[in-house]
Ligand binder design. Structure first.
Ligand code: KIV
Length: 260
């Protein structure tokens, strides 16, 4: 699809949502470690565990049919030891049904990307703002000077050469993202990286209006928070007013009358 129709990627963290996302026409479902903030109540993505990711990837894979499912590898589940990294990434495909993994990338993931790709584990790379490095780089826009921008371009090429099949570019200047997109054959998928990438990704809770707060580059396309609040408030009121349950929600059995 690169260079033809923009690729759409969206996160999902459970089977029900993943089914809705697939039915809405999204091309790629990312089981992002953004689940840490988006649905697990953490302040950042660092506490997300491999088991939590595996459980959510399995749910998303079971809830979808055709869409490409990408498992986002959590903080420290890769990168420290090659054998362990390979086993952890392989588990997402072998046991949970993912089609690929995403690694928050850097100089330390070039060789690992090659090893995983050789073993048949497709890798989506991720450069720019990498939230697992929040304690080093914060959540600010990255690569705003020539030196850092050149490093992103070099790392992007290195990951493509290592076998990555796509590259997420997060919160980098749009003109840098455009040049990286031009320089690579593999598709770039942007988030806060302008309109010249081959595709776009956002976090589900931001898109549907469920998030309490969203990053400046996200866009809210719905107001699910109000829908949910209204529906639940209506349920509570109906129970308290005696309107629910009604006749049709229950049933009587005549022979059980006059038990005493
Ligand atoms: O975890 C995530 O959802 C991500 C995307 C925002 C790219 O990494």
């Amino acid at each position: 699809m690169a260079g033809e129709e923009p690729i759409t990627m969206l996160t999902a963290y459970d089977a029900v949502t993943a089914r809705l996302v697939e039915d809405s026409g999204v091309d790629v479902v990312l089981v992002g470690d953004s689940m840490g903030n988006a649905v697990l109540g953490h302040d950042d993505t660092l506490p997300v565990t491999l088991d939590e990711m595996a459980s959510r990837v399995g749910a998303v894979a079971r809830g979808t049919d055709e869409v490409l499912v990408v498992a986002d590898m959590p903080f420290l589940s890769f990168g420290a030891d090659e054998g362990e990294s390979v086993r952890n990434c392989g588990r997402m495909l072998k046991e949970e049904g993912a089609n690929a993994v995403k690694l928050e990338s850097g100089p330390h993931t070039v060789d690992l990307t090659e090893r995983l790709s050789d073993l048949g584990i497709p890798v989506m790379a991720h450069l720019g703002l990498t939230p697992q490095s929040v304690n080093r780089s914060g959540y600010t826009r990255q690569a705003t000077d020539r030196e850092e921008a050149a490093e992103i371009l070099e790392l992007a090429r290195a990951h493509e050469d290592a076998g990555a099949f796509a590259l997420v570019l997060e919160h980098v200047p749009s003109n840098l993202a455009a040049q990286v997109t031009e320089a690579l054959d593999i598709p770039t998928i942007g988030i806060g990286a302008g309109g010249d990438c081959d595709g776009q990704v956002l976090v589900f809770t931001d898109v549907v209006g469920l998030a309490e707060s969203s990053p400046p580059f996200a866009e809210q396309f719905g107001d699910v928070r109000s829908e949910v609040t209204d529906a639940v408030a209506d349920y509570v009121a109906a129970v308290r007013d005696g309107e629910f349950p009604a006749e049709e929600h229950g049933g009587t059995v005549d022979e059980l009358d006059d038990l005493y």
